[in-house]
Design a protein around this ligand. Structure first.
Ligand code: FES
Length: 154
């Protein structure tokens, strides 16, 4: 049983019969669900008469789609060239260490934070940069990013 079935039905009805509906539909569904679960993809496939393989193909091809649950706060660590040469790797390591993430984990066990690496956040003069939700933080060090995360954790 889907938790947000009513909202998902409204989205499906909004796009019913429209050409090129799948990507915007999945984006809106993901905005509600915070990720695309197997159950959601199956439901959308059934309701839109689309093959599940096509939906899965779109969901796995585009990096904007998530197939795993997403945390309440999104941390985007810039790994673009300007940030890379300014220490992005040490920032990324400090973030992951502070949040106790290992291996390919990207979301904390308490569901508070999800960490993503991105190509450029568009403010290279502030490198190295991270975004936490809609807030941009630049000129970071491994030490300052840890202090910053502590504020968000409260
Ligand atoms: S490379 Fe990091 S903001 Fe552009």
């Amino acid at each position: 049983m889907l938790q947000n079935k009513k909202e998902i039905d409204l989205i499906i009805n909004k796009y019913a019969g429209k050409k090129g509906f799948l990507i915007p539909l999945l984006q809106e569904v993901q905005d509600i669900e915070r990720y695309l679960s197997k159950d959601v993809m199956r439901y959308v496939a059934e309701k839109t008469n689309t093959k599940l393989a096509e939906i899965y193909g779109v969901a796995t091809f585009y990096s904007m789609f998530r197939l795993r649950p997403q945390g309440e706060n999104i941390i985007r660590v810039c790994k673009g060239t300007a940030c890379h040469v300014s220490g992005a790797n040490s920032i990324a390591s400090a973030v992951r260490e502070y949040l106790n993430l290992s291996g390919d984990e990207d979301t904390t066990a308490d569901g508070k934070f999800t960490v993503m690496e991105v190509a450029c956040l568009g403010c290279c003069s502030l490198a190295p940069v991270i975004m936490i939700n809609d807030d941009t933080h630049g000129k970071l060090t491994a030490s300052s990013v840890t202090k910053l995360l502590a504020k968000y954790k409260k």
